[in-house]
Ligand binder design. Structure first.
Ligand SMILES: Cc1ncc(COP(=O)(O)O)c(C=O)c1O
Length: 400
C-alpha cells in the first residue's frame, strides 16, 4: 500500500525564506562565493551571560521535563517585562512558553480558530501566517497594502475586508518583511474597528526591541481599553537576544481559558520547550540589557548603510526602514528584462537569477504576497552587505 500525504498537507507551502537560505547554502557548499541576505536571523553570537546560564542550568540538573507551558520563573519574567516596557498587567498564568514564536503562533491559531473562520492578514505578510492558519481550517483573507503608506493597513481597508465570518486580525509590527511599524495613531484607528467588529487580534511584536526611529514603538493592547481582553501577544528571545537556535518564544493570552487551551495543546504535541533554553531565556530577560542596545545600534548602522545603497540603485524604491532588519525593495521597474540573456518576468525569477548569476541570496516578494518586490535582510556583516550591493548594482546595470 502506498503512503499518501494528507489532503491538509498537500496544500502546505514550505517556508520560502528557509528554501532560499537552503539554496544559498547548497551553492556555498559547492564552493561558490555567496552573499546571503535571505535569512531573518541576527548574525551575533548569543551573549555570554545567557550561554553561561544554560551551562549552569544543566549543572543544576534542569535537564528534565518542565511544566508543559513553561517554567513559572520565565512566565513571571515575561509578565514583568511587559509591565516595565508597556505598563501592561498580566498574570503568569496567561503566558505560554513555546518552541519559538512560530510555535506560539501555531498554538494561538489552533486554540482559537474554527474551520471557516476568516483571518485578515495585511500583505505583505510574513510567510508562515497564512500556512499556519490554513492548518486549522480557517481562511486567510489577504488585504493588500500600499508602499506609499508604508505597507500599513488602515481602518477603512480593515472595515472593507470584514464579513460575518471575520474572527481575527493578524498584526505584525514592526513588520517582517517591510521593516515599517504602526504609529500609535494608526493603531488607534485599527483598534476602533477591532472593538466595533468584536475581533480577536494576534499581535506579533517579536521585533519590538529593534526600532530605529525617534518615535517609540507602541504595543497594540495599550492603545485602547478593552484590547488586552481580545489580543494574543506574540514575542520571544530569538531576534532581541540573538537566540534563534534556542527556540524560545511565547504567547500571552487574553484569558486563562485560552492560555490553558494553548498549554494543553502543547502538552500533547511537544511536552515542554527545552528546559535548558528556558533557563537561558530567563537569564536573557532578567540579566543585563546592554547587549540588546549594542546589537540594535549595530543594526541601525547597517540600516543606514543599506538605505544609502538602495537610494543609489536606479529605479528601485523602498519603504522607510524603521524597525526589524529588512529592506523590502520595489524591483517592478526591473522585471520584463533580460539578465545575461535570461528573461526575468517576476520577483521569483529575479531573486533566483540574482543568486545564480551574482551569488546574492534574497527572498522574492511573491512569497510575502507582494509581487514586484524582494526582501533583503541586513542581519549580516557590513562586508557582506557592501559586496552584496556591489553585485546587485552590477546585476541591474547589465539588464537589457
Ligand atoms: C514576524 C515573525 N514572527 C515570528 C517569527 C518566528 O520567530 P522564532 O524564531 O522565535 O520562531 C519570525 C522569524 O522570522 C518573524 O519574522
Amino acid at each position: 500500500m502506498t503512503v499518501h500525504v494528507s489532503r491538509l498537507l498537500q496544500t502546505l507551502e514550505p517556508s520560502a525564506t528557509l528554501a532560499m537560505a537552503a539554496k544559498a547554502k547548497e551553492l556555498k557548499a559547492k564552493g561558490r562565493k555567496i552573499y546571503d541576505l535571505s535569512l531573518g536571523e541576527p548574525d551575533f553570537a548569543t551573549p555570554e551571560h545567557i550561554c553561561q546560564a544554560a551551562i549552569e542550568a544543566m549543572r543544576a540538573g534542569h535537564t528534565h521535563y518542565t511544566v508543559a507551558s513553561g517554567i513559572p520563573e520565565l512566565k513571571q519574567a515575561v509578565v514583568d517585562q511587559y509591565k516595565k516596557r508597556y505598563g501592561l498587567t498580566y498574570s503568569p498564568q496567561q503566558v505560554v512558553i513555546s518552541n519559538g514564536a512560530k510555535h506560539a503562533l501555531h498554538n494561538a491559531f489552533t486554540a482559537t480558530l474554527n474551520p471557516g473562520d476568516e483571518v485578515i492578514i495585511p500583505a505583505p505578510y510574513w510567510v508562515s501566517y497564512s500556512e499556519l492558519i490554513k492548518l486549522t481550517g480557517a481562511v486567510p483573507v489577504i488585504v493588500k497594502t500600499e508602499e506609499s503608506s508604508g505597507f500599513k493597513l488602515n481602518a477603512a481597508q480593515l472595515r472593507q475586508a470584514l464579513t460575518p465570518r471575520t474572527r481575527m486580525l493578524l498584526l505584525c509590527t514592526p513588520s517582517n518583511p517591510t521593516g515599517t511599524f504602526y504609529t500609535k495613531s494608526e493603531l488607534e484607528g485599527i483598534a476602533d474597528v477591532v472593538l466595533d467588529a468584536d475581533l480577536t487580534v494576534v499581535a506579533d511584536e517579536i521585533y519590538d526591541q529593534l526600532i530605529y526611529t525617534a518615535e517609540p514603538f507602541t504595543s497594540f493592547p495599550t492603545v485602547r481599553p478593552g484590547l488586552q481582553e481580545r489580543t494574543i501577544l506574540i514575542n520571544g528571545v530569538s531576534k532581541t537576544y540573538a537566540m534563534t537556535g534556542w527556540r524560545i518564544g511565547w504567547a500571552i493570552a487574553p484569558t486563562l481559558e485560552v492560555a490553558k487551551a494553548m498549554g494543553d495543546l502543547q502538552s500533547q504535541e511537544t511536552s515542554n520547550p527545552c528546559s535548558i533554553s528556558q533557563y537561558a531565556a530567563l537569564a536573557a530577560l532578567t540579566g543585563p540589557q546592554d547587549c540588546v542596545e549594542t546589537m540594535r545600534r549595530e543594526f541601525e548602522r547597517r540600516r543606514d548603510y543599506v538605505a544609502q545603497r538602495i537610494a543609489k540603485l536606479p529605479g528601485v524604491t523602498a519603504a522607510p526602514m524603521q524597525g526589524a532588519f529588512y529592506a523590502f525593495i520595489n524591483i517592478s521597474q526591473h522585471l520584463g528584462k533580460r539578465y545575461g540573456g535570461t528573461l526575468v518576468e517576476n520577483s521569483s525569477e529575479w531573486c533566483l537569477e540574482l543568486l545564480a548569476q551574482k551569488g546574492v541570496a534574497t527572498v522574492m516578494g511573491s512569497a510575502f504576497g507582494a509581487e514586484g518586490y524582494a526582501r533583503l535582510s541586513f542581519a549580516t556583516s557590513m562586508e557582506t552587505l557592501a559586496a552584496a550591493f556591489d553585485q546587485i548594482e552590477a546585476f541591474l546595470q547589465e539588464a537589457k
